[in-house]
Write a protein that binds this ligand. Sequence first.
Ligand code: F6P
Length: 370
Amino acid sequence: MAKNGSKVKRVAILTGGGDCPGLNAVIRGVAKPAHDHGLTVLGIIDGFEGLVEGKAKQLYNKDVSGILAVGGTILGSSNKGDPFHWPEQDINGEIKIMNRSKDALKHYEGWDLDALIAIGGDGTMHISKKLSDMGMNIVGVPKTIDNDLDATDLTFGHDSAVYVVTEAIDRLHTTASSHHRVMVIEVMGRYAGWIALSGGLAGGADIILIPEIPFDWEAIYDKVIQRNMMGKRFSIVCVAEGAKPLNGEMVVKAKDIKRTDPVQLGGIGELVAKNISENTGLETRYTVLGHLQRGGSPTPFDRILSTKFGTAAIDLVIKKKFGRMVALKGTEIKSVKIEEAISKQKLVTPDDHALKAAVAVGISFGTEKL
Ligand code: F6P
């Protein structure tokens, strides 16, 4: 490890949690300047899993060349590799949760690392904070299509996901209009409605349902019927996977105790479609966009943001400003303490400009109260 006063020589990168477009652009943004500064760069395989199990490889310039526009991550990722919540199967086949953080520290020290750049979302930043407290020098880079980290105006990957949602809604519009149907599209976002709000607004959805605004079934039925009566014989409903009815619960598809957050959301789109069809008599179909939102090439915006984040992260490492996460504030790239990054989830608030704009152009949020 770099002693006080000595220069940083060896840095590792890992990509944690669910993947998203722009991860490779960050890796490239870290590694290229790092090499120019004479640093050795290690890529840890499969997120924190590789740190616990000691799987890493050296990254050379040739490894990070030509990956700017490539989706996914050349390092692999995992959302089951939390060193503090490590699932292990015992001889009876039962899953036991172990703390393997000492193994993570052992490999960090064994690889003689001066710093670790952890690219990830909320979960990755929580783990990074705990590993920082154990003595690792960590710099975080905020990633997630969900855009739910409060300490940064945007996470990379979000814009690409919104692009996919927008394109999908555009396509649904034409078929909805031809067949005079209600089309429900379920999008990701976990407990935050950013993808549904931005994608729905950009795609011109008629109804957007988000977790932050529990919806009233009657308001949804009224809206589609009203549109029909006005001669608009189709409707588009963009529903976030975490949306829930008033006095109701989110729809949980499965639970996986191997993950720090065991909940897998999914199914609200189907339920909304079924209820609209049964209560209005209108022909209704649903589409679940799923992992299409996380795959493929990053948008130009995400390529640029990822490159800015990556280069800013290695800059922090070289300056030995550890325990921080790079963040977008307005148009500038700044950094915040990792604990600040995990202190609050960023959710859609009533004063959000996109929300207000959506209401102003007549989009319903399934409630009369906005
Ligand atoms: O956090 C990103 C995200 O895509 C969420 O929007 C979604 O709920 C979840 O990950 C899906 O996770 P998995 O890939 O494990 O199904």
